[in-house]
Structure formats: C-alpha cells, structure tokens
Design a protein around this ligand. Structure first.
Ligand SMILES: [Zn+2]
Length: 184
C-alpha cells in the first residue's frame, strides 16, 4: 500500500525519520555510522556496496577498479571487515599496492601468500576519520567512466585518511614482495 505523504504544515517529521521507500526519495536524513555515507544507515550503505559488487563484472571499466572498491569500503568499515590483524593488513596493503606499487596482479597475489605464512602482525589502532568520499558518491556516478574516476577519488581519499599508517602499509607491501621473491 502506498503511503501518502502528509503535507500539512502542522505535521513535522522527526529529523531522522526515513522517507517512505515508495516515494523514491533518497533516504538522506541518516548517515552510515561507519563511513558517513548519506545512504539511510548502515544496512542501506551495505546495500549500495553489494550492488556495486553485483555490477562489477558487467563492464570492464567497472571490473578494472573493483579491487579499489572492495578495499576502500572495507577500510571505511573496519569493525566488520578489518577485525583481525590479518584482514586489516590485507585491505590496507592492497590499497597501498594499487596506489603506490602499480597494482599489478602479481603484486596483489603476493599479499595473501605473505599473510598465509608465518607473519607477525600488530593491528594498528582503528582510525576515526576514514575519508570524505563514500560508497554513496561512487554509487551515484552516471556512467562507467565517471564511476571509475570516482572510485579512484574514493580510494585516494581513504588512503589519505590513513596517512598515519601509510609507512606501515608500505613496509607490509615490501614484506609481501620479499616473501614471494624468496620462494622463487
Ligand atoms: Zn558505510
């Protein structure tokens, strides 16, 4: 059943009330508590990310940036995706791999191989500010070229937010490369 919107001036909605889904109005009154995306809340934010995953292989321009999508999103939602030291290291090192080491597939592959071995890791303290660009900005891109550009902006924004941990990420990336080289 469609819910008619009440337009009486005497009716004032509470600030955080969601808009009825049937109106098609974006639920911009609530922000994701983890990344700040104006998506309607944590569940709606997750929904946007899941949609990007489902569309990732529909276009090579989307596929080419999907590693960035996953790592940017996970690093903005560390409570869920970076709980263990290994998962934290995996996402941060992958982002470093893409932005500072060229992001070749062989380098991406080095990261899980390094983490599968005996590796001593100390998980850094989670950051409270994790980048101003969010999945909602990326999701709203009008076409695949704009999408790819926004994903790169998103990844760069997250990487800059993690500035205090970039040296650690670089050290992890070098360890991953060294681990693979020593097995050759
Ligand atoms: Zn979020």
């Amino acid at each position: 059943m469609l819910i008619a919107q009440v337009s009486s001036p005497r009716f004032r909605k509470p600030r955080l009330q969601r808009m009825p889904a049937q109106t098609g109005t974006p639920m911009e009154s609530q922000a994701c508590p983890s990344c700040g995306a104006r998506a309607g809340g944590r569940a709606e934010c997750q929904g946007l990310f899941d949609q990007l995953g489902a569309l990732a292989w529909s276009d090579p321009r989307r596929a080419a940036v999907h590693n960035l999508v996953v790592d940017a999103y996970c690093l903005q939602h560390p409570d869920q995706y970076c709980e263990s030291a290994k998962s934290y290291a995996a996402h941060l090192t992958r982002l470093c791999c893409a932005l500072e080491f060229g992001g070749q597939p062989c380098l991406y592959w080095a990261i899980p191989r390094w983490l599968d071995g005996k590796v001593q890791l100390r998980k850094p303290l989670a950051l409270r500010v994790r980048g101003a660009v969010t999945v909602a900005d990326v999701h709203a891109a009008p076409n695949s070229d704009a999408y790819a550009a926004r994903v790169r902006e998103w990844a760069r924004s997250v990487w800059e937010a993690y500035a205090s941990q970039q040296d650690l990420a670089r050290a992890w990336m070098r360890a991953a490369i060294a681990g693979v080289s020593s097995r050759r």
